[in-house]
Design a protein around this ligand. Sequence first.
Ligand code: UT7
Length: 332
Amino acid sequence: MSKKISAAITAVGGFVPEDKLTNFDLEKMVDTNDEWIRTRTGVEERRILRGEGKATSDMVVPAVQQLLEKRGIGADEIDCLIVGTVTPDMVFPSTANLACDKLGAKNAWGFDLSAACSGFLYALTTGAALIESGRYKKVVVAGADKMSAIIDYTDRATCIIFGDGCGAVLLEADEEGYGVQDSILRSDGSGCKYLHMKAGGSLKPASIETVTNKEHFAYQEGQAVFKFAVKGMADVSAELLERNQLTGEDIAWLVPHQANKRIIDATADRMGLNHEKVMLNIQRYGNTTAGTIPLCLWEWEKQLKKGDNVVLAAFGGGFTWGATLIKWAYNS
Ligand code: UT7
């Protein structure tokens, strides 16, 4: 009898642009200050992708190239590329499509997945299912956002949080029980009013009026999102532990979406987790939307040990939220 196939992460890549935008830079742009931003969010600086013609796919490509190099395989071995993003290069074709071309991934198909800050978790669960089915051998899942393309740098409610970046993982079949173990994903479209982009979709196509009214920027009612995020991320993480008969002590790492340090702390507390087990890089990159979770895995890859129980958790626009349990598959 053949063994059950699970989808294991076998390599991680990441990319953040070189240019930094610090809290002190923002002090000169909007009515804010470093102390407020640090204490209310945890962010100290974020990265911005600058340069004519630079788009989200230009962050996906180096991140994927890096993981291919680590794994010692060529781009032509990728079967499928899924890109979680809300800032695609274009409405169509997909960023995945464009990135595959730039990578030379000639045998791959791919698509973008829109679930805002939960984009990576949704894409990971989707990619894992492709591997578990036995039909695909190598699936790359990226979380990438060039948030600076949709942020109004005169709006202090949003410009202080967001940044640009991309993280990516390679998924391969595992028959020893490592990899993605369980996932709880949720969505609630009634949360749209608190976090969205008003124009540019089929509901309100671009016009001179939408540009004048700044409707192509991210709009967020921070306080309302904060309340839902604290409850949503903590509830789903606790539920994931419970249904897998685990406690905080069994978890080696929590990899939370990096939207606000206060939301992360609340989730860790609810899971009964020592804060030293929480990956936190919000101070350096801010909220890169779909990029936050894989960028943490990228930075912590060397500290992750084979067999570690790792919980990934996110909450974002939509609303979308979820948590995924992984048994880490390798030592690097
Ligand atoms: O990643 C996807 C999901 N997004 C999130 O999870 C984000 C969730 N929301 C948040 O992280 C927080 O709501 C924010 C960081 C966006 C805002 O923090 P807050 O603690 O909710 O601030 P607030 O809007 O309640 O404002 C508190 C005070 C107000 O002043 P008063 O009325 O108390 O005098 C604001 O006017 O802080 C003021 N304020 C600011 N001051 C300096 C609001 N924004 C700023 C600012 N700089 N940038």
